[in-house]
Write a protein that binds this ligand. Structure first.
Ligand SMILES: [Zn+2]
Length: 74
C-alpha cells in the first residue's frame, strides 16, 4: 500500500508541528501531529477506494483545523 504521498498536509493547527497521516489496524485513518499529539477524528474504511477518500477527508479536516487537542495533563 502506498502512503498518501499525494496528499498535502498543513502545519499542526495547535503547535505548527508536522502532521502525519496514520493508519490504524487497517480499518481507519486519521492525521496526527508528531509534536503535540493533536489529531483528527478517525475515519473508517472498508476498501482501497474508501481508504484514499478517508485519508483525503482526514487531511481536509486537519488543514481546516478540525482537530482534537491533546489533554492538557497528558
Ligand atoms: Zn501539534
Amino acid at each position: 500500500m502506498d502512503h498518501f504521498d499525494d496528499i498535502d498536509l498543513a502545519d499542526c493547527p495547535c503547535c505548527r508541528g508536522v502532521g502525519s497521516i496514520e493508519e490504524e489496524g487497517g480499518w481507519c485513518v486519521y492525521v496526527q501531529c508528531l509534536d503535540c499529539g493533536a489529531h483528527t477524528a478517525e475515519l473508517s474504511f472498508k476498501n482501497e477506494d474508501e481508504r484514499r477518500q478517508a485519508a483525503r477527508m482526514a487531511a481536509m479536516n486537519w488543514n481546516f483545523g478540525k482537530v482534537i487537542r491533546p489533554d492538557p495533563g497528558d
